[in-house]
Write a protein that binds this ligand. Structure first.
Ligand SMILES: Nc1nc2c(c(=O)[nH]1)N[C@H]1C(S)=C(S)[C@@H](COP(=O)(O)O)O[C@H]1N2
Ligand SMILES: [Mo]
Length: 325
């Protein structure tokens, strides 16, 4: 993501020290001191780890490809899988688009998900039990990043509403807060202390229950690649991409509006609602059009990324809120 490091969140000494020095010194401190930090794997050791992880079976791989739900149609071709697999935002690994190799170090089995907070009964569930219990379908969705690029993806997964049915949130719950794994020993970006890890995102209960809101476990007819956020990733296609949190480990139901990682870092640029709107520019660039990654084409951006018929009603009466970006 595109963040000016205004560093209001940093320690005051940063005002006295040239930036590159602050970053390297703090980076070194964090790597040496934090959480009993094991040495970060690289080179042959990383390759060996990835090879070992690749041997761990995926117990729900037989469910792919799932039947496509034809309700959701595209106005553009699906992005080529090779391109999509090599152009990602996954700051836990690094802040470039080139994260695919590093992301392979993430273990995704076993993977447990905690459901807690304002629910009838807190529970912990393994990803494969969850997938088998709920079942899978395929959906083609557009994806619009706040950085003014877009893709189209064939996701596999299940509607968020089915997780709600399982979680049984109390009437007092107003929001769901989602959290990504925290594992700095395999995710080098998580050793960068200026990001408020872990990655967090949130939705209102009405947004979570909307028929478009989808939890993806696969893409392109097979289990999702790690760089896309395996084994469980949110897709809310009418919002800027940063809302679609990857590699989720926890759903907490709450009456307090969650503050996402980007909002915490730079609230003036990345807000809670973050609905796509071509008429409301980001403070530093226009949102009027987008680059379709892999095609060289630029297109006008659509209000709600073209999904207004499903979601516009969610925002009636909220006109005083900062609904865009
Ligand atoms: N945990 C986590 N989730 C994340 C991100 C991230 O850095 N970490 N990046 C977000 C952003 S900005 C975008 S555009 C999408 C990118 O998804 P893709 O790499 O599958 O295209 O993931 C979102 N979810
Ligand atoms: Mo993004």
């Amino acid at each position: 993501m595109n963040v000016i490091r205004r560093r209001g969140w940093e320690i005051p000494e940063s005002q006295l020290t040239p930036e590159p020095l602050v970053f390297s010194r703090r980076g070194v401190l964090a790597a040496g001191a934090g959480a009993g930090a094991a040495a970060l794997l690289s080179g042959p050791a990383l390759a060996q780890r990835v090879a070992d992880l690749d041997k761990i079976p995926d117990p729900t791989a037989d469910l792919y490809p799932a039947k496509r739900n034809e309700t959701y149609t595209l106005d553009r071709p699906i992005t080529d899988e090779k391109i999509n697999d090599n152009y990602n935002n996954f700051y836990e690994f690094n802040s470039s688009k080139d994260v695919a190799r590093q992301a392979q170090a993430l273990p995704i089995r076993p993977w447990t998900i905690k459901i807690d907070g304002m629910v009838e009964k807190e529970q912990t569930v393994g990803i494969d039990d969850l997938i088998r219990k709920i079942g899978l379908e395929e959906r083609n969705y557009r994806h619009r990043c706040v950085e003014a690029w877009s893709m189209a993806i064939a996701w596999t997964g299940f509607p968020f509403s089915k997780l709600l049915a399982m979680a049984k949130p109390l009437a007092s719950a107003k929001f769901v807060r989602m959290e990504t794994f925290m594992n700095p020993s395999v995710a080098p970006g998580q050793r960068q202390p200026w990001y408020p890890w872990p990655y967090v995102e949130g939705l209102t209960m009405a947004e979570a229950a909307n028929e478009l809101t989808f939890l993806a476990t696969g893409a392109y007819g097979h289990p999702m690649s790690k760089q896309h956020g395996a084994p469980l990733r949110l897709t809310v296609p009418w919002k800027y991409g940063f809302k679609s949190i990857k590699s989720i480990v926890r759903f907490s139901f709450t009456d307090k509006r969650p503050v996402g990682l980007w909002e915490k870092l730079q609230a003036s640029e990345y807000g809670f609602w973050a609905n796509v709107n071509p008429k409301v520019p980001h403070p530093r660039w226009s949102q009027a059009s987008e680059e379709l990654i892999g095609t060289g084409e630029r297109r006008p951006t659509l209000l709600f990324n073209g999904y207004g018929e499903y979601v516009a009603d969610l925002y009636k009466g909220l006109e005083n809120e900062r609904l865009w970006a």
